[in-house]
Design a binder for this molecule. Structure first.
Ligand code: ATP
Ligand code: MG
Length: 296
């Protein structure tokens, strides 16, 4: 499958919950991806990298073995792999801010629940047997884990197990199946992961470049450029209010003595609340602008 060893190989989910956002992230980082993802691999024309479209469960193996130097996968899948295979030949480089969910213990909405002691030796159905067993062992709980590969939320109704551990994001699926969440075992999101294996210099350089661009894309998402005017006496209070801004630029306004323009890159979300506070502290003509690209 690997024909040209000077290129970087990136594993992403072929189809599923992470597929579209993984592709979008790489596109935002400037990689020109071909549409049509029926192929297993795709060559990126404007960057020395190839994509491999795979099942998300296979991404940890590909990255640990070094078949792909980089991958995008849920941290839940990585954790399950690490516990199941006792293999940690990978390194998480960065959380990516999408695919957020949590592995939760749940049971019938009508059931009583006072805490983990209620589990006793009950059966728990899950697709993440190693994470669940690890959780139980650490708390010396003797419950039994039943592995299911799908439709876990049906287990209580089918009489397979009174408890389940499943990934939950909004909770709508649990609710639709008459279940309610009881405990959180693992919080997850999509992450950028690299192989621990050493790369040759050229490919390491390529990887560094791509990781820097992805860092820029992530930073840009939250960041805003703020411009406002304020009297000199208000400047300390206003600077303190700007969310995640390091050193704002402060310039005197022409022909308006004592008045200044403040410009700042805010690396945290700017809420209306913040704008109201800025105004209350003497700011006027407040503008919040999106940032198109940024390299830190
Ligand atoms: P594949 O065919 O690649 O094996 P899959 O069916 O195993 O896909 P998806 O359902 O597409 O997997 O989920 C992929 C990842 O999306 C999960 O491992 C998890 O990290 C994340 N995710 C986010 N929200 C949820 C959710 N509500 N339920 C399940 N996974 C979620
Ligand atoms: Mg899968």
């Amino acid at each position: 499958m690997r024909t040209d060893d000077s290129r970087l190989h990136i594993a992403i989910q072929k189809s599923g919950r992470l597929a579209e956002q993984s592709r979008r992230l790489l596109r935002d980082a400037g990689l020109r991806l071909q549409e049509g993802k029926n192929a297993l691999t795709a060559r990126i024309e404007n960057f020395p990298a190839d994509l491999m479209y795979v099942r998300d469960d296979d991404i940890p193996t590909f990255v640990a073995d070094g078949v792909c130097e980089l991958g995008i996968v849920g941290s839940n899948v990585l954790r399950e792999f690490e516990l199941a295979e006792r293999d940690s030949r990978y390194e998480i480089l960065s959380p990516l801010g999408f695919g957020r969910c949590a592995l939760k213990l749940a049971a019938a909405a009508t059931s009583d629940w006072h805490g983990l002691a209620d589990l006793g030796e009950a059966r728990i159905a899950t697709s993440y047997p190693h994470i669940v067993r690890d959780f139980l062992e650490q708390r010396q709980i003797a419950a039994t884990v039943v592995t299911m590969n799908g439709a876990v939320e049906l287990a209580p109704r089918l009489g397979i197990a009174p408890f389940i551990c499943d990934l939950v994001s909004t909770g709508a699926t649990l609710e639709a199946n008459g279940l309610r969440p009881l405990e959180t075992l693992f919080e997850s999101e999509a992450v950028l992961v690299r192989t621990r294996g050493a790369l040759d210099e050229a490919r390491q350089e390529t990887m560094n470049g791509l990781v820097r661009r992805i860092g820029g894309v992530l930073a840009t998402k939250e960041s805003k450029y703020i411009m406002l005017n304020a009297p000199e006496a208000a400047l300390p209070a206003i600077s303190a209010l700007l969310p995640g801004a390091e050193a704002p630029t402060i310039l005197p306004l022409h022909a308006r003595p004592g008045q200044f323009a403040v410009h700042a890159v805010c690396q945290e979300s700017v809420f209306w609340e913040t704008l109201h506070k800025l105004k209350a502290n003497g700011a006027s003509a407040i503008l919040v602008l999106p940032i198109e690209k940024m390299m830190l």
